[in-house]
Design a protein. Structure first.
Length: 271
């Protein structure tokens, strides 16, 4: 039954047609279970499928056929799964042995297919919820990008981007599962010794316009209340640039002042 026939069946169920509700539930249950199985824990498929159908029947009077009934009910299924994950995030998850036994008994006839489905679910579980939903709707359930955008209530471009990112994530996960060594980055080569580096580089020419670094300037320490004058270093006497000491000239003799001529006393010879 195609989408148009399912939509007419849903409208008949809204009008109260005989057996329309039971027939609609029987037609939609496999799609809902398959979608929920690819979005959540396989142990919760039956429970979440039942909850989705109950929500859909409660909201069936408000169905106005603005979209296909499959898009409408899978949108309800998506919200049901998200609500369950939000409620379970606050408490630890537990799985009973009976649930595993029941799941194994349902898949004994197709063990290979069961293992493939588990491997696919394991890969899908590593995807972020928006990317997983877009990928499942378009690549597994067969919805168009426009229908997936209507179910998830996002633009078509956003759905395309999420599907592309989901494909990249799945390819990376498959490569990691096949060869874990491929995900490990190669170790960088060991750095050669300094002598080998110098030999490979060869003689280095001096940089053009190179100068020797100037010594740092030192500022004289100024004490409070004193003038800031740099200390002077006395020059070396043996240095040619040292100043020559000046020799003071000897004073000239001062002449005696003029006075009366001295009187000469004649000497007498003895008799």
């Amino acid at each position: 039954m195609d989408d148009a026939e399912l939509t007419r069946l849903a409208l008949d169920a809204v009008d109260g047609g005989d057996g329309a509700v039971e027939q609609l539930v029987r037609r939609l249950r496999p799609d809902v279970a398959r979608f929920i199985g690819s979005m959540s824990d396989p142990m919760l498929v039956e429970e979440l499928t039942q909850e989705t159908l109950i929500r859909a029947l409660r909201g069936l009077p408000r169905f106005a056929a603005r979209s296909s009934v499959r898009s409408w009910i899978l949108s309800i299924a998506r919200h049901t799964v998200v609500d369950r994950y939000r409620a379970a995030s606050s408490r630890p998850a537990t799985v009973s042995v009976e649930d595993w036994d029941a799941a194994q008994s349902r898949t004994e006839s197709g063990q290979g297919r069961f293992e493939e489905e588990i491997a696919l679910l394991n890969l899908l579980s590593h995807l972020a919820e928006p990317r997983r939903t877009a990928f499942v709707l378009t690549q597994i359930e067969g919805f168009s990008y426009a229908e997936a955008a209507e179910i998830t209530r996002v633009p078509v471009g956003t759905v395309r981007s999420r599907v592309a990112r989901a494909r990249e994530d799945l390819i990376t996960a498959l490569r990691l599962a096949e060869s874990p060594e491929a995900a490990e980055p190669a170790a960088p080569p060991a750095a050669p010794p300094a002598a080998a580096k110098a030999a490979e580089a060869g003689p280095t020419a001096p940089a053009p316009h190179s100068r020797e670094p100037r010594p740092p300037r030192t500022r004289p320490v100024r004490q409070r209340g004193t003038a800031c004058r740099p200390a002077r270093t006395p020059p070396d006497p043996g240095s040619p640039s040292a100043p020559t000491a000046r020799v003071a000239p000897s004073p000239l003799p001062v002449p005696a002042p003029p006075g009366p001529a001295p009187t000469l006393i004649p000497t007498q010879e003895p008799t």
